[in-house]
Design a protein around this ligand. Structure first.
Ligand SMILES: *Cc1c(COP(=O)(O)O)cnc(C)c1O
Length: 369
């Protein structure tokens, strides 16, 4: 029996997600003991220590179902953001909220708009619901081309994804550009601001989509996560902020216990861990400066980043570089998955990791040139 005939048609269009290669896998395949991963924009300092402590203290209670409403975390986040708890939804990673958005709003044949290159999950979720994704190339500066994205809106458009800062380019769409764009968005379109990296931004031209949630004129949802600066990728927890009406609809598609109790406990503790946040951001700034300088010395074109990763044009096939880096125990991301085969995306690590990456890159490029 050909199961493809039984499966939903929409699934034939789904391309499997290409995750960052896990450390253990590289150790096994290459017989290495010491491997570093600069591939998934994880926090090089590890998890928030406060989160770890809180989770340890809660382990004896995992026989109980989690709080399906995430009461405590929702309240803390609300206080922090100056929003009512009814404006928040917590997800099993912000990935889950992306999926819930598609499940809530995308009927077969509906359209969504995203930038290219950008985060592949948007494409996945929309395709899963048999929607059609319209991809609008970034402009010459690798920034979301919001004018073209607005021009791509049709009667069928339901969702527009703005990844700000954008993964993999690290660029931001400025507050002014977003303002112009929002004026052109009709009321029956939902704008999703994915702000997974907003904590890292230091460009004064940045403005969060939260302003538009608060203003309440348009249908806007802002997504954020504990996976990056808080160092909790493995727990799977992120959140969305929108008007209560939008939250209520999206919540209809949510599983009752979508966020596990350790994730809730860990996220709550991490929120109060300001020291860890500051330390993580300052390490990122230092690493960014170091890598910029090394790239410049080697005449490698990089895109200045507002996040914790850098997209670099190596002008050689990045898959070949990837393999040579793996052999040296360094995992990065190739640009081919984003449509940029000569680029790599490297996460900014600890100083020693960044240095090791540069040494390995020199060796790889020497072999290839
Ligand atoms: C890492 C990342 C996320 C976060 O995903 P989680 O599911 O919360 O781990 C969301 N959007 C983008 C663009 C990302 O890079």
């Amino acid at each position: 029996m050909d199961l493809g005939k039984l499966a939903r048609q929409a699934l034939t269009n789904i391309k499997p997600y290409v995750p960052g290669k896990p450390i253990e896998e590289v150790k096994r395949e290459y017989g290495l003991k010491d491997v570093i991963k600069l591939a998934s924009n994880e926090n090089p300092l590890g998890p928030s220590p406060r989160a770890v402590k809180a989770i340890r203290g809660f382990l004896e209670e995992i026989n109980l179902y989690p709080d399906g409403s995430c009461y405590n975390l929702t309240k803390d986040l609300g206080d922090l953001l100056g929003m009512e708890p009814s404006s928040l939804i917590i997800g099993n990673g912000s990935d889950e909220i992306l999926k819930l958005l598609a499940e809530t709003f995308i009927n077969e044949g509906d359209e969504a708009i995203m930038a290219e290159p950008s985060f592949s999950e948007y494409d996945f979720c929309v395709n899963l619901m048999a929607g059609k994704m319209i991809k609008v190339p970034v402009d010459r500066d690798y920034v979301h081309d919001l004018a073209q994205m607005a021009a791509a809106i049709t009667d069928k458009t339901k969702l527009i994804f703005i990844c700000n800062p954008n993964n993999p380019t690290g660029t931001i769409a400025s507050g002014d550009r977003i303002k112009e764009f929002m004026e052109r968005v009709p009321d029956n379109v939902i704008v999703v601001f994915d702000e997974a990296y907003f904590e890292y931004v230091n460009d004064p031209d940045y403005s969060s989509g939260l302003d538009y949630v608060k203003e309440g004129r348009k249908n806007v949802i802002v997504l954020r996560t504990f996976s990056k600066v808080y160092g909790l990728s493995g727990l799977r927890i992120g959140y969305g902020i929108a008007n209560p009406g939008l939250i209520e609809w999206v919540s209809r598609a949510r599983e009752p216990f979508n966020v596990n109790s350790l994730a809730q406990i860990g996220a709550e503790a991490a929120l109060g861990d300001e020291g860890f946040l500051t330390e993580s951001l300052s390490l990122n700034e230092q690493g960014k400066k170091y890598l910029y300088q090394e790239f410049r010395q080697r005449d490698l074109d990089y895109i200045p980043t507002q996040a914790n990763f850098i997209f670099v044009d190596l002008k050689v096939d990045s898959k070949k570089v990837f393999k040579r880096l793996l052999e040296q125990g360094v995992i990065i991301r190739t640009g081919d998955i984003f449509g940029y085969p000569d680029y790599i995306r490297v996460t900014i690590g600890k100083q020693a990791e960044n240095e090791r990456f540069i040494r390995a890159l020199d060796k790889a490029l020497n072999e290839l040139r």
